[in-house]
Design a protein around this ligand. Structure first.
Ligand code: 4IP
Ligand code: ZN
Length: 146
């Protein structure tokens, strides 16, 4: 498939299991018309670690940060919300993040699953920093605009 965007970015583990570690990994992100996929570029053979069907994405947006420490090298976070998960990705520059968020928004704009609301800040240590709700699936607290 045609590659719309491709760049080395850093991602936070999605912590899908209760026992999942919280860590940050550099991955090669590839956006096509149908999927957002990330690969381990350091592996001997480029190895696919995760892939999200664009039709399942409910929200793609920057993450607002008010001075919380970002424990990885890239300081420009954005979020990809799909199914019951949120993937946090960290871009190396404002520009890079804008490209990713704008491209994702363009590709998901006709998705029936797009959310009316979202959380503008991180889910961290058991609560949303934006609204302090302590339930991961709690409804978004800010209007989402594509
Ligand atoms: C892994 O930690 C990696 O961070 C995975 O990221 C991540 O999967 C796992 O989270 C997490 O447990 P270890 O490498 O230390 O085992 P990647 O797939 O990029 O390697 P995600 O879902 O974030 O891709 P869980 O919760 O999915 O298991
Ligand atoms: Zn919130």
């Amino acid at each position: 498939a045609e590659v719309l965007l491709e760049e080395k970015l850093i991602k936070r583990s999605q912590q899908k299991r209760r026992t999942s570690p919280l860590n940050y990994k550099e991955r090669l992100f590839v956006l096509t018309k149908s999927r957002l996929t990330y690969y381990d570029g350091k592996a001997e053979k480029k190895c696919r670690r995760g892939s999200i069907e664009l039709s399942r994405i409910r929200c793609a947006e920057i993450v607002k940060n008010f001075g919380e420490i970002i424990p990885c090298q890239n300081k420009y976070p954005f979020q990809v919300v799909y199914d019951a998960s949120t993937l946090y990705v960290f871009a190396p520059s404002h520009n890079s993040r804008s490209h990713w968020v704008q491209s994702l928004k363009e590709e998901i704009k006709d998705n029936p699953v797009v959310s009316a609301k979202f959380h503008p800040q991180f889910w961290q240590e058991g609560a949303w920093l934006c609204c302090r709700q302590a339930e991961k699936q709690a409804p978004g607290c800010e209007e989402y605009n594509l």
